[in-house]
Design a protein around this ligand. Sequence first.
Ligand SMILES: [Zn+2]
Length: 491
Amino acid sequence: MKKRWILCSIFLFLFSIIKAPSLSQAAVYRISGEDRYETANLLAEQFQWTDNAVVVSGSSYADALAAGPYAANIGGTIFLAQENRDLTEVLEKYKVKNVIIIGGDKAVPQSIEDRFKENFEVFRIAGKDRYETSKLVNEQTESSPITVGLATGRDFPDALSAGVFLARQGHGLHLVDGQRDYTLPEGFEGVYTFGGTASMIRSRGTRIEGRNRYETAANIAAASGDYNAVVVASGENFPDALAVTPFAANIKAPIVLTGKGSLSPEGKAAIEKAENVYIIGGTNAVSQRVEDEILGKAPAEPEPPAEPKPPVPEKPVPVTKNGITTIDGIIIANKKYSLPSSYNPGLSQNVKDYFNRMQRDGAAQGHRISIGSGFRSYSYQKSLYESYVRRYGRAYADRISAKPGHSEHQTGLAIDIKGTSYYLNQNFASTKAGIWLAENAHRYGFILRYPKGKEKVTGYIFEPWHFRYVGTNLAPKIYKSGKTVEEYYGL
Ligand SMILES: [Zn+2]
């Protein structure tokens, strides 16, 4: 039994699409969603509301193309279905009452139909293949004979540009295998044939053709009579334009097909007659270059890739306040900067916490480490330094020990770490624990403060045991830089 769909009035709302200023006379808009499904939804948005939604597969073109003139003739919009995408919310937004699914359940799964049935009147039109489906779609009309235009179902471009042309004249689009002779179903009358003899060996009614898809589309546009808008769609890829026919029919716009690279001369001529140009799909479908061509801009020279500029961080400077010098938020005690004798913070809780984590993780990998020396007060450092001077002489003492006030241990942020052997001995560096520490301490906020080969910078011999806590944010940066604190900050 045939169903009759009430034609509803449609309001066009064009506020949601992007308008570009044009150098030529035409205003250029691009309608483009995240993907083909969203682009279809955006096209539907151009209708304020619609009783009828025509739902087709988003993954092939045949059903959508046959659906185009049909949807336009019943005042419906086309939505694209996808297995795990629920269209219910979208359809409710547009106040849809009736859902017409076109295609079998391979194209639009039964599960989608079942979901629609909870909210809408649902009707499915499905033949055993694209040709029978297009026949059944066309049989929905009340007109007799059923007037149709014919295009091949083997490819999409001719059928796409034909759809809107037929819709505006109230004809259906009938897909056939154009490379074979075909008979029309009973009650059908072929009024147009689209494409040349290569794609449609047999014609009925008036044949509209060109040397290629672009010229065919332009000739269909020319046969459309006057228009002041055109729709530009890809002639190479179908997805973005699957839902375009009702939209184009409503603004009485013929379809101009374009390749990705540039417009065909025929396409360009067709666009020149229009005041409004609607590009369908993103720049993957219709390139920016084509848009620029439409805008009348000279094709842009490809810009040379910009040299990546490393971000220039504000260079931290040392600040001394109450005798304490900090840079980038960390306290500095070295050969140059000292601490007041009264500075007596004890070992920092952060140092304890992060050392404990490091100790635990090290133990899990078989490395036993502990703190050999932590916080040292000014007075303790004084006696320590003096004992070194007595033992080794001042010159050597200064290489291995800090003058009072200059020791990092007085910050409460430095520790000497011992393993099970070689405490305060450079051989610690080649123990498994020493190697593990050197490679991992930065992950716990510690840096090896007096590395090998840096005595000229730090003033101290290589101390594989002396680690300084600078925090888990800064330590990896300094570690990766391969620099000492003095080099890192230019102290
Ligand atoms: Zn130390």
